[in-house]
Design a protein around this ligand. Sequence first.
Ligand code: EPZ
Length: 427
Amino acid sequence: MERYLVQGGLPLSGTVQIGGAKNSILPVLAAALLNDSSEEIRLRKVPALGDVRAMISILTCLGAQVGREGEDLLLQTAAVDCDQVPDLLMREMRSSIFLMGPLLGRLGRVRISYPGGCAIGLRPINLHLEGLQKLGAVIEEKNGSIEARGRLRGSKITLAYPSVGATENLMMASVCARGSTVIANAACEPEITDLQNFLNTLGARISGAGGPEITIRGVRGLHGGSYRVFPDRIVAGTFLLAAVITGGCITVEGIVPEHLTALSGLLEQAGAAVEIGAAAITVSAKRPLRALQRVRTGPYPGFPTDLQPQLLAALTLARGSSTVIEHVFKGRFHHVPELRRMGAKIDLSGHRAIIRGVDRLSGAEVKATDLRAGAALTLAALAAEGPSRITGISHIERGYERLPETLSLLGARILRERGAPEEVLSR
Ligand code: EPZ
């Protein structure tokens, strides 16, 4: 089993080029199934991530041909004819739910098993299923699997919560439906706009993404095209928080700064120096952060839940007591017991975490239970005095490409350790 071995205590400094967004590329890959023409789709500069590999395996199973040309992915989707996603692949990640919309939209039927839940919560899919039923799908759930059938027709759908995945799934299902669909109370995340722009490149007729009401006018079919997704705002935010927690200075380049407004505002409030350029942000924090009285996660443009574990890790070393309220995923505090092993002082009460700043963290053996918790533990280990060993790194590598290599270029002492651990960590 692989682990990260980290010798912390060094300030990180330098520049990081940010790659394509995992949470854009996953729905975009699923949406490619809507192209029933023989024209090729080229996705430019796709990061080599665990979840991307898992989604490619699913597309290949369904009859698509997917190849790599340098950093680009080339997709041929004319031969897609399978409507069933293998259970094993469904369980690999939550994003497999994104296949319902395109397969139903293209083939008129789909059979999937319930996507895996994970450490951040139950991950219900009621909003997805209710929306598909509004579009005319007949859905049968039995023995842990779901079968949906029907020739979809446009409808007005109002989401009870601005769910990112449900918005994306219903956009995809509506692309080739008869008539027009309006999704109200839609998610406004940049990844929704990315999906709209990608589908319109292939001939869809979608408008309104980025706002709370999206209109999809049904078309007969899609064609090929070339597209590059937005840069990953969560990976960018993670590196900016690496500067903060280690007392260094890091510039993230190739980003859309407005996608990180919530984070940069909080970091300025906490006393970090934040410099915003046209396509870059630089953060330096030569002294401990000031505590943040109340940080609340929420739908975009609120503070993103996917940066909550990483910010919480940085606040363990702030001066004073901070409060973080996790309002999107109830269970998203599995990083807290692991941070406590490093000396953090954190009390949990329901959605709320109270973090009392300490002078230092100590290296320890810690375990990543999900993607962003693993990122938070890596940041804490980089700041801690002494060595840390982080297990469960396959979670981290679902969403971060070559993380140890990138951090090493910023001055970190971190390596990927294989096989049996050499020895219990010496202090
Ligand atoms: C997407 O997950 C992201 N994943 C998540 O990123 C991100 O945390 C989340 O959006 C919120 O921004 C991808 O894009 C692949 P939701 P998703 O549907 O679509 C409830 C990461 O670390 N809900 O917006 O699953 C749900 O329980 C991952 O990169 C229902 O109740 O999120 C949650 O409380 C983690 N019923 C809230 O809505 C439903 O049918 C937000 O979920 C669907 C969702």
